[in-house]
Design a binder for this molecule. Structure first.
Ligand code: GTP
Ligand code: SPV
Ligand code: MN
Length: 591
């Protein structure tokens, strides 16, 4: 018998105990384990995962503490079509979310959860989103029958005893119930009950569907709590940009999934920009609050990185590569014969390995080595560029907010909004090409307001209104808002901007603008840099390319405007009037 099976629950929290018991009566696990977050617990779970095949050991000399996992082939990305916001009133979920009735949904999912943990252990994972003691932090408790999920939660959140201590005997927590069930996509549902502070997720073990602290709690439930409590939960990285004189500006940036957040978060300045340094504070989620000084402060609620593997290498993202050299998990990449990992975009492919689907792979194979959404899970503390402020209880004050899209055409490299309200308009009308982070077609342009389309836990119109209301409160202390696009292509389909470390050049222009410097040209979309105001030293871009990068073509934007209007019509009568007015003003400037 396992020692933990008989251990008494390590909490007096009556509501928590009742909920765990109730969940156990439904799911019928063989045993219940309350996670304490200890090394001993990690080692035991790892041994069990190795025995069951949930994890495979990697070469412990080259990658100490690293393990490999292959997911079910049908369980490799977020499933937005199976993700629901379950509010009592259907209208409150808004036109961009799938909705289902809370009572019916609890019943439908209870049927799937019923007896689903027989033969398995139920892990109870108390966790904190945010540093212990921080005014930003929120507590969640995840129940899961997946050891892989438990081990990943251990990296992505502050979990175990520390969270129970913070919770006390009557603290509030988000109930996060997760079960693998049979991993059948037909019986897979990711359901949020914002009015009950509850998440039920069943049938998937994939990151965004199963590590419930992340997208489900920190964004969908978080955005709802933020709306009611006066703060914001956003799909944003956070960086500190230090200039050669040692002055640091903090910037948060919202880009859709697989559109460059982790890369910008870990940016290494190019050699031709000596003396600059970028500090990493977060790579996916930011919680934003107005501080006592009236400025907007940001904090990363997570404790690790769940990053995209393909495309990551020592040139494009040195800091990510350095972060995954120890105590990390790799999911759906290629495992080489010597027990290391490989994926598309890394140099020197191995002669042979087993690919993400477990098939023999050689460089001649037509199959992918790694799934396009293959991921690594790495502790934040592994990152060489991690900011000393990353877990500061109060967060960091923002100078600028970026909205960034992946667009082959139309959107310029960088554009500064005229003011907060216009910046909210730029965010609200963002569109971007879809990626492999979610199931469905890749490369299709879709409206993705604030990079939050799949993550807003309530009505999108109310969400826009909340952004505007936050701006009112911030007044003159609001960060400046910019729109960026690293992904413009030429007629042959090649990226015309080198991207990655070179993106710092656009960031530095934005910081210049925050300091009242930096020349700009007014366009219908906002202020774009004059070619001479961007530091392009050492880049070898032709003047034509620079023009193409900074171009705001009224013809292209008039086409885009038609689609924007359709989107605003879809938002319906909860669309703030101010955004309609911004749209009309934009139309006038274009004409
Ligand atoms: P999620 O974790 O899904 O939210 O993604 P993310 O926004 O953190 O994106 P990430 O930084 O992981 O980048 C996604 C893909 O885009 C990777 O394959 C990167 O190599 C690639 N990428 C990132 N930045 C750039 C860039 O500036 N230019 C180009 N061309 N590709 C980039
Ligand atoms: C994303 O899809 O935006 C991710 C990965 O960051 S997941 O955690 O699966 O949402
Ligand atoms: Mn993300």
């Amino acid at each position: 018998m396992r020692p933990s099976a008989a251990a008494p629950p390590p909490t007096q929290h009556a509501e928590l105990l009742a909920w765990v018991n109730e969940s156990a009566r439904m799911c019928r696990p063989d045993s219940i384990h309350w996670c304490d977050g200890s090394e001993e617990e990690k080692n035991r779970l790892t041994r069990e995962c190795l025995a069951s095949g949930e994890l495979e050991e990697l070469n412990q000399e080259k990658l100490p503490g690293c393990y490999y996992s292959r997911s079910d082939v049908n369980d490799v990305a977020r499933t937005e079509d199976l993700t629901f916001i379950c509010t009592r009133n259907q209208a409150d979920a808004g036109p961009t979310n799938n909705w289902s009735d809370p009572q019916e949904t609890y019943k439908k999912l209870a049927d799937i959860f019923k007896d689903s943990m027989r033969g398995r252990t139920m892990y109870v994972i108390p966790f904190i989103m945010g540093p212990a003691g921080s005014p930003f932090k929120k507590i969640g408790v995840q129940i899961t029958d997946s050891r892989y999920v438990t081990l990943n939660m251990r990296i992505m959140t502050r979990m175990g005893r520390i969270a129970l201590r913070e919770l006390g005997s009557d603290g509030e927590f988000t109930r996060c119930l997760h079960g693998k069930a049979d991993l059948n996509p037909k019986r897979r549902f990711i359901c949020h009950f914002p009015e009950d502070n509850t998440i039920w997720s069943v049938g998937s073990a994939y990151g965004g569907n199963a590590l419930l602290g992340k997208k489900c709690m920190a964004l969908r439930i978080g955005s709802y709590l933020g709306k009611t409590q006066g703060w914001m939960a956003e799909h944003m990285l956070i960086i500190g940009v230090e200039n050669p004189q040692g002055k640091i500006h903090y910037v948060a940036a919202a880009f859709p999934s697989q559109c460059g957040k982790t890369n910008l978060a870990m940016l290494i300045p190019p050699k031709s920009l000596p003396g600059y340094k970028v500090w990493t504070l977060g790579d996916d989620i930011a919680w934003l609050r107005i501080g006592p000084d009236g400025r907007l402060w940001a904090q990363n609620p997570e404790a690790g990185f769940f990053g995209v593997a393909p495309g990551t290498n020592y040139q494009t993202n040195y800091n990510a590569m350095a972060s995954v050299q120890k105590n990390s998990y790799f999911t759906n990449v290629l495992k080489t014969d010597e027990g290391t990992v490989w994926w598309e975009g890394m140099d020197n492919p191995p002669k042979h390995g087993l690919n993400w689907a477990g098939k023999d792979w050689t460089p001649e194979s037509t199959d992918k080595a790694a799934h396009p959404n293959a991921r690594f899970t790495a502790p934040a503390e592994n990152c060489p560029s991690l900011s000393p402020e990353w877990d500061a209880p109060s967060g960091v004050p923002l100078s600028a907010i970026f909205f960034g899209a992946r667009r082959a055409r139309v959107a310029p490299l960088i554009c500064e909004s005229f003011n907060w309200q216009h910046g909210v308009f730029l965010g609200a009308t963002m569109s971007s090409e879809t990626t492999a982070a979610a199931t469905g077609a890749v490369g299709v342009i879709r409206r993705d307001p604030m990079a939050m389309l799949p993550f807003i836990g309530y009505h999108v119109g109310d969400y826009f209104a909340h952004w505007l209301a936050m701006g009112e409160k911030l007044g003159g202390k609001a960060p400046k808002i910019f729109h960026v696009n690293w992904f413009r292509r030429d007629a042959g389909g090649k990226f015309i901007w080198p991207g990655f470390g070179e993106n710092l050049r656009a960031v530095l222009w934005a910081i210049d603008r925050c300091e009242g410097k930096g020349k700009a040209k007014e366009t219908p979309m906002g202020h774009v840099p004059t070619p001479d105001s961007l530091n392009l030293q050492g880049l070898n871009l032709s003047p034509e390319t620079v023009d193409a990068l900074l171009k705001v073509d009224p013809k292209d934007w008039t086409e885009d405007l038609a689609d924007q209007r359709r989107f605003f019509d879809k938002v319906g009568d909860r669309l703030p009037e101010a955004l309609r007015q911004e749209q009309e003003a934009f139309a006038k400037r274009l004409a």
